[in-house]
Design a protein around this ligand. Structure first.
Ligand code: GLN
Length: 539
């Protein structure tokens, strides 16, 4: 078997340039030439994983099959490549230090002073090679979070320097992503910040092989030549990454710029098959030429920040494309619904999603919105907390169960219809202790869920502590409102459906983590289909 090749992606000038999308796009191009590729992300913060981070801080937390709480970039990797990631694909400084400190406590360093170099860097290097050593991949792309020059990134940059030396320059390369700002007053694109950031990288002993330049305007030949000259790279290794309408355009743009060719030449690889992006292009064609339009409301409490619900928004993009429908999302802050003023917004919608979430803030607004969708026969899709709120709404409004609530919001409520699982009750640590990852679910025949999946046994990813409280099953469930999916071992409720309705479903799991470009999630797709059917009926 040939040796695994390594590509490192670093960032300069500013954060938020989209390293994850560039990494995923390059991986897509390599995958389309039949290379087996994976992407991993190394994040320089001290949290052991992003599970304990507020979405305002870091956007959505993406959950993998094996229950790892990871950076949202892993979502992009899975959506672009349609391959699964795992805990090994996301490492933070916190995890590195935790592991080194545990080794120190076990006496594994044989009395040595434990230091950043070599102990922390060795741990980083080992983890950087973990997936490569599995023998499953031809190419491993490693994205280094943060921006070069940050104090926090230094051990990672040093590890990359050492690794390139260990692996040999023909087996490893560095792509540096920077910003070329446009000064409107001067009417000019500026290269100086890029020159500085490439120099900062050099001070750490790394010369970038390829520079990807984020820009709002086309780079001229002169500018490319200047950058090549100052930054020690060939002109073809200056890659323009111009702003695009959709992230799904980026692989094609990178192909036009020749990014994959430069990479393959540098790594001394020849394509295993001619590039085949036909299904990707088919998806883009549908995405860009919609025949219908829908307005869908997304109710949540972090709606100000797009990244908080990244996977849901992308799942809707996939489901929209497959249904040839443009989806306009109206983000509704759940708190705003609580005073009743914003309820008018709901009237303009053709479908409603109630998002996952934690804590009390805004939940009454979510319940109001669900009551509206149920009464007005508007297609409704509740995800995780959204399902829990749908149960509370039905219990209170249809079954007259006073004080129905979740013990997360009201620990001593009269009717805890959503409650902590027994196994969760004595857990003290917050990090990594929720019900996480893939769990089986048995679907009821003839349910909308079974119709969507076209099978009766599924497995979906979870991230929650609270559950439907089975003590209330008899009081709440009836011929119209029922559990249509349950965990086969524990009997825990996974899906609820309300029958007297075009499409009303709540799921305790997170279907959004499994939707990809080549495999749009069936529940999102069926939800959109139902919205279209209802819209057609009204017109
Ligand atoms: N807060 C709820 C729970 O912990 C729902 C979590 C979620 O929506 N991901 O059960």
């Amino acid at each position: 078997m040939s040796k695994t090749k390594y590509i490192f992606v670093t960032g300069g000038v500013t954060s938020s340039l989209g390293k994850g999308i560039i990494a995923a796009s390059l991986a897509k191009l390599l995958q389309a030439q039949d290379f087996k590729v994976t992407i991993q992300k190394f994040d320089p913060y001290i949290n052991v994983d992003p599970g304990t981070l507020n979405p305002y801080e870091h956007g959505e937390c993406f959950v993998t099959d094996d229950g790892a709480e990871t950076d949202l970039d892993l979502g992009h990797y899975e959506r672009f490549l349609n391959v699964k990631t795992s805990q090994a694909n996301n490492v933070t400084t916190g995890r590195i230090y935790q592991s080194v400190i545990e080794k120190e406590r076990r006496g594994e360093f044989l009395g040595k002073t434990v230091q950043v170099i070599p102990h922390i860097t060795n741990e980083i290097k080992e983890r950087m090679q973990l997936l490569g050593e599995s023998g499953d991949y031809d190419i491993v792309i490693t994205e280094i979070g943060g921006t070069v020059g940050d104090i926090e990134s230094l051990p990672y940059i040093e590890s990359v320097r050492q690794l390139i030396w260990d692996l040999g320059r023909e087996n490893a390369l560095v792509i540096h992503l920077t910003l070329i700002p446009y000064l409107a007053a001067a009417g000019e694109l500026k290269t100086k910040p890029t020159q500085h950031s490439v120099k900062t990288l050099m001070e750490s002993g790394i010369s970038a092989d390829i520079i990807v330049c984020r820009t709002e305007h086309e780079l001229t030949t002169d500018l490319r030549e200047k950058l090549a000259l100052f930054c020690n790279v060939k002109k073809e290794a200056i890659i323009q990454s111009i702003d695009v309408d959709t992230i799904y355009d980026v692989p094609l743009k990178m192909r036009d710029e020749g990014l994959d060719q430069v990479v393959l030449t540098k790594l001394q690889l020849t394509p295993k098959q001619p590039l085949d992006l036909s299904s990707w292009k088919e998806f883009l064609k549908k995405l860009k030429n919609p025949k219908n339009k829908l307005k869908i409301g997304l109710v949540g409490k972090y709606v100000e920040l797009q990244d908080s619900y990244k996977s849901i928004l992308e799942s809707l993009t996939h489901a929209g494309a497959i249904n040839e429908t443009e989806i306009e999302i109206l983000s509704i802050h759940s708190v705003d619904l609580e005073d009743g003023n914003q309820i008018d917004q709901l009237k303009t919608l053709e479908g409603l999603i109630v998002a996952p979430g934690f804590g009390e803030r805004g939940i009454e607004g979510k319940i109001e919105a669900i009551a509206y969708a149920r009464a007005n026969k508007m297609p409704f899709f509740g995800i995780c907390l959204g399902m829990q709120m749908a149960v509370i709404e039905y219990a209170r409004n249809q079954k007259g169960i006073k004080g129905a609530n979740s013990t997360e919001m009201e620990p001593h409520c009269k009717a805890p219809v959503i409650d902590l699982m027994e196994s969760q009750k004595n857990i003290k640590n917050k990090g990594g202790t929720m019900r996480l990852g893939l769990w089986d679910c048995q679907l009821t025949a003839n349910s909308k869920a079974a119709a969507a999946y076209q099978k009766e046994r599924i497995a979906e990813r979870h991230r929650h502590r609270y559950e439907f409280n089975d003590d209330f099953a008899k009081q709440i469930f009836d011929a119209n409102f029922m559990a249509t999916g349950t965990n086969p071992e524990t009997g825990l409720v996974e899906i609820i459906e309300y029958k007297e309705h075009p499409w009303f479903m709540g799921v305790q799991f997170h279907p959004e983590y499994k939707s990809t470009v080549s495999n749009p999630h069936p529940l999102f797709s069926e939800f959109i289909k139902a919205c279209l059917e209802e819209k057609a009926k009204k017109n």
